[in-house]
Design a protein around this ligand. Structure first.
Ligand SMILES: C[S@@+](CC[C@H](N)C(=O)[O-])C[C@H]1O[C@@H](n2cnc3c(N)ncnc32)[C@H](O)[C@@H]1O
Length: 328
């Protein structure tokens, strides 16, 4: 995957920057503007991500003896510190000596700093990219980040370089490309949608809209819309000269997620990760979002079904996560 999906939009908007520069600038400004509203907008992730981290930590504790370890952890794309917070709530916390919170957005790091002060752990903040770090880490956490990374091969190579021998790599909340054409997954999503049809109209429309569009509409109706703030900043910094729609912005930032812009099916597969993480062993792979939504957004009946599929460790949900160890 390269930057080619951005070319039509860049041409339409008369962008003079390189595709890489353009993507990086939009990505940083987008997340700077999202920082203060991120936790509120993504509150539905709390249950699912805490559960996934807990499961992956159990996988890890079942596989490696970390009891005598004092792990140096790196959270790449830490955002507001949500992912590290889940790690701090998990059974791994006593074995963590130090955590580095890295993000390309300084505003995200400001929010993460506030959270980290409550962990009672040594931590440091780093605004920039993995390639700019000089140290090595025992555990690298990448949560809800891979879909923002145009050049996954390069990014995973950086994960490889920065991970200590016998070090651990945990990634989660990646859009699962393999499920998009999977009949079981498609039938499940259909069954959820048809059940949704029987709901009162207002609720039905609300549930049909992806969460981020709902947030967008809520913001249009009420508080200052953050898409406007992003456009204001992009224009001020001369990245664009005319405003982008919300969907255009997401097609740039969420480059591995299908958008209305290009209509293509995108996502990330475990095979792609295996290809790039040659000297890592996949200890366990997990999945969730079996009905195309996170648990918090499902009715009790489907919540139960989602839970059963998670417990059975089925792998054909909307999202994938994985635990890897660098053995070679
Ligand atoms: C969707 S948020 C996820 C935040 C957090 N990990 C969580 O799970 O809540 C993605 C974060 O990755 C950051 N990011 C995007 N590209 C990055 C890169 N190349 N290097 C480091 N951080 C990046 C963004 O600024 C943003 O804060």
């Amino acid at each position: 995957m390269s930057y080619c999906s951005l070319y039509p939009l860049m041409k339409k908007k008369g962008i003079n920057l390189s595709a890489q520069d353009f993507q990086e600038k939009v990505n940083v400004i987008f997340h700077d503007c999202e920082a203060e509203v991120y936790d509120e907008m993504h509150a539905d992730m709390n249950d699912s991500l805490q559960e996934q981290i807990d499961l992956l930590v159990e996988d890890l504790l079942g596989h490696c003896d970390v009891s005598k370890k004092q792990l140096r952890v790196l959270d790449v794309g830490c955002g507001t510190g949500m992912s590290s917070n889940f790690l701090m709530n998990s059974r791994l916390k006593p074995f963590i000596a130090h955590i580095t919170l890295l993000d390309t957005s300084s505003r995200m790091l400001e929010v993460a700093d506030r959270k980290a002060q409550l962990w009672n752990k040594e931590y440091s903040l780093f605004c920039g990219r993995m390639s700019q770090l000089s140290g090595k880490y025992d555990l690298v956490l990448v949560c809800s980040v891979l879909h923002h990374i145009p050049d996954l091969k390069q990014f995973l190579e950086e994960v490889r370089i920065i991970t200590n021998p016998k070090g651990i790599f945990i990634h989660l909340q990646d859009p699962n490309v393999d499920s998009l054409n999977n009949e079981n997954y498609k039938n499940r999503v259909k069954s959820y949608r048809s059940k949704d049809e029987t709901k009162p109209l207002g609720r039905k429309i609300k549930n049909l809209l992806p969460k981020r569009y709902r947030s967008y509409i809520n913001r249009l109706l009420g508080r200052k819309n953050y898409i406007d703030l992003i456009n204001d900043k992009l224009i001020k910094d001369k990245v664009i000269s005319s405003r982008l729609t919300a969907d255009e912005i997401w097609s740039i930032t969420d480059i591995h997620v299908g958008s209305l812009q290009d209509g293509t099916m995108k996502g990330i597969s475990i095979d792609l990760l295996k290809g790039s993480l040659g000297n890592f062993t996949l200890i366990n792979q997990r999945s969730y979002g079996f009905y195309g939504k996170l648990k918090a957004d499902l009715d009790p009946e489907f919540k139960k079904k989602e839970q059963d599929l998670i417990n059975e460790n089925k792998l054909d949900g909307r999202n994938i996560s994985g635990l890897w160890v660098k053995y070679k």
